[in-house]
Design a binder for this molecule. Structure first.
Ligand SMILES: NC(=O)c1ccc[n+]([C@@H]2O[C@H](COP(=O)([O-])OP(=O)(O)OC[C@H]3O[C@@H](n4cnc5c(N)ncnc54)[C@H](OP(=O)(O)O)[C@@H]3O)[C@@H](O)[C@H]2O)c1
Length: 338
């Protein structure tokens, strides 16, 4: 038996990847509809190698009879339309930040807290975490199980695709423009992004942190353990796809780098690539199109009693968004919820 599935935001960076991954992983579908703004109605998007879907407008779409909707149209649109779809009996998996911290909405990374799914019937909505949070908690989970993570200090190196299609265009246009001696004009970003890095993702909050940094703090607590303290600095870098995180992790108990590597090696969803002497570590360009969270450069942090440092890389459009959402859908099927 297959399902009737709606992809909302299907023309965007995440939505297109959702369609790719549904097809790649042969999610059992009877029907897939691609939805976006009315401006995109009538355009075509690819579903798998040989199928094209004609985009329909979200505003006049009726979700009745649909089993599942994967939303990535931005928080304001999800706020309005996800509850409507959920009220029609369609299970919503939402990629935006809109519902993540609602106590009655599960925030799920299947390898880490699949059991949280069981609460989804309250609202019929499941939230997909922030891209940087997802890759960080996947890497932390096997180590937390061994030695209890107390505190993480994380610096992110986030690609422009994390800010969507227009942001990717801006990096491309500015880079080309600089070679043609044109002065870059920031539109989506607040500063020049080509040949630069910007410590500003989402809005700034009263305490001086950015909302992206706040998301890493509160989402890690909700997914993994409320006792974990996170101090994050989130930075946009001129890379098209692939986020990296340099993390210093403090544990309750002693954990050697070797024991951490063994646990990471065994953990589903992690690919350990860690032989720096032979230049074996992963960079964002190498993780594009991949499913895994890559962990490299695991080593002791000698400045605290029980500390490790590591480098965590993933394709933000895949594990950081679309893949995680499809894995949630697969878990719903496997656990008998759909
Ligand atoms: N990119 C990432 O790595 C990532 C990771 C996790 C979460 N997210 C979240 O996912 C969401 C989308 O991100 P994105 O990167 O895919 O953005 P994007 O490339 O800018 O795409 C936005 C999508 O939303 C659609 N949309 C805009 N207004 C709409 C409306 N009024 N009705 C229906 N659809 C509408 C757009 O359709 P049109 O083409 O018709 O405008 C497009 O399909 C954001 O909330 C983002 O925070 C992104």
């Amino acid at each position: 038996m297959g399902y009737r599935v709606a992809v909302v935001g299907a023309t965007g960076a995440v939505g297109r990847e959702i369609l790719n991954i549904l097809a790649e992983r042969r999610f059992p579908v009877d029907e897939v509809v691609a939805l976006a703004s009315s401006a995109s109605a009538g355009r075509e998007v690819s579903f798998g190698e040989d199928e094209e879907l004609v985009v329909r407008a979200l505003e006049d779409f009726d979700f009745e009879g649909f089993d599942l909707a994967l939303f990535s149209p931005g928080a304001a649109i999800s706020k309005e339309y996800a509850p409507r779809a959920a009220a029609e009996g369609c299970v919503v998996i939402d990629n935006t930040s809109q519902f993540r911290m609602d106590p009655d909405v599960p925030l799920v990374v299947p390898e880490v807290n699949r059991e949280a799914l069981q609460g989804f019937r309250e609202r019929n909505i499941i939230a997909n975490p922030n891209c940087s949070t997802i890759q960080m908690v996947v890497a932390l989970k096997p180590l937390h199980d061994l030695a209890i993570v107390k505190r993480v200090v994380a610096a992110t190196y986030q690609s422009v695709s994390g800010a969507g299609r227009d942001a990717m265009d801006e990096l491309f246009d500015q880079t080309k423009g600089i070679y043609e001696t044109r002065t870059p004009e920031p539109k989506h970003f607040t500063k020049q992004i080509a040949f630069n890095v910007i410590p500003h993702i989402d809005v700034f909050l009263d305490d001086g942190s950015s909302k992206e940094e706040w998301k890493m703090v509160v989402e890690t607590k909700k997914i993994l353990d409320p006792a974990i303290e996170v101090a994050a600095t989130c930075v946009r870098v001129p890379v098209f796809v692939g986020h990296a995180i340099a993390a210093n992790v403090e544990f309750e108990h002693e954990l050697s780098a070797d024991a951490a590597r063994d646990a990471l090696y065994e953990f589903e969803g992690v690919l350990l690539v860690d032989d720096p002497a032979n230049n074996e570590y992963v960079t964002p360009a190498e993780c594009v199109g991949e499913y895994a969270v890559f962990v490299s450069r695991v080593r002791q942090d000698p400045t605290v009693p029980h500390g490790l440092q590591m480098w965590i890389v993933a394709d933000n459009l895949r594990k950081g968004a679309a893949l995680n959402a499809v894995q949630i859908a697969e878990a719903l099927v496997e656990d008998g919820y759909l």
